[in-house]
Each structure stands twice: as structure tokens, then as C-alpha cells.
Design a protein around this ligand. Structure first.
Ligand code: SF4
Ligand code: SF4
Length: 93
């Protein structure tokens, strides 16, 4: 069983792959400003989602949290994938 980290002090899953925050279906991403969407996914700067504000591993928030894509809603804090991306940024032991 993994511990559940604090997302507001992390942000790793929003920063590890520009391909990941993809919109699925017709209404996914509704409400997100057009300038943050590119080719059917969230616009990214490198691997970091452009909607992520703050400093990874310190203090972050999603600028479009209420309207965030389905893949973001389904990514579970404390899951194996969560800990894998945290480890990528040196945020896990
Ligand atoms: S990697 Fe895990 S702890 Fe970090 S922001 Fe994503 S879900 Fe939250
Ligand atoms: S839309 Fe929000 S929750 Fe999804 S990857 Fe971007 S910053 Fe993270």
C-alpha cells in the first residue's frame, strides 16, 4: 500500500509528459480556454502542462482545475503511477 502524497506540494503528473493530458471525446476540456489547448490535448511547455502554476515539488495548482481533462480526474494520488512520476522528479524515497 502506498502513502497518499499531497498534490498541492507535488505537480509531477502534470509535468512528466506532454502527450499525457489528452482530451477524450467531444466535451472533455469544455470550459478550458482555447489558448491552453493544442492538437486535442493540453498545451505544454516541454513536458509541463501550461495550466500548471507554481513550483514542482513545492507548491502548485491547476489553473483549470474545475474543468480539467478526464485523464487528470482519473489519475489517482497514491497510485503506483503517481509514485512512479514522483520518483522521476526525486519526490519519492
Ligand atoms: S503525481 Fe500524485 S501526488 Fe503528485 S500531483 Fe500527481 S496525483 Fe498528486
Ligand atoms: S490540466 Fe491541470 S490537472 Fe491536468 S495536467 Fe494540466 S495542470 Fe495538471
Amino acid at each position: 500500500m502506498y502513502a497518499i502524497p499531497d498534490c498541492e506540494g507535488c505537480g509531477a503528473c502534470c509535468s512528466f509528459s506532454w502527450e499525457w493530458p489528452t482530451l477524450i471525446g467531444d466535451h472533455d476540456g469544455d470550459g478550458i480556454p482555447a489558448y491552453l489547448i493544442e492538437d486535442g490535448r493540453m498545451r505544454c511547455d516541454g513536458d509541463r502542462c501550461a495550466a500548471l502554476a507554481g513550483t514542482i515539488g513545492d507548491s502548485v495548482h491547476c489553473r483549470v482545475y474545475a474543468d480539467r481533462p478526464l485523464v487528470c480526474r482519473e489519475f489517482t494520488a497514491g497510485s503506483e503511477a503517481c509514485h512512479a512520476v514522483r520518483a522521476h522528479f526525486g519526490l519519492d524515497e
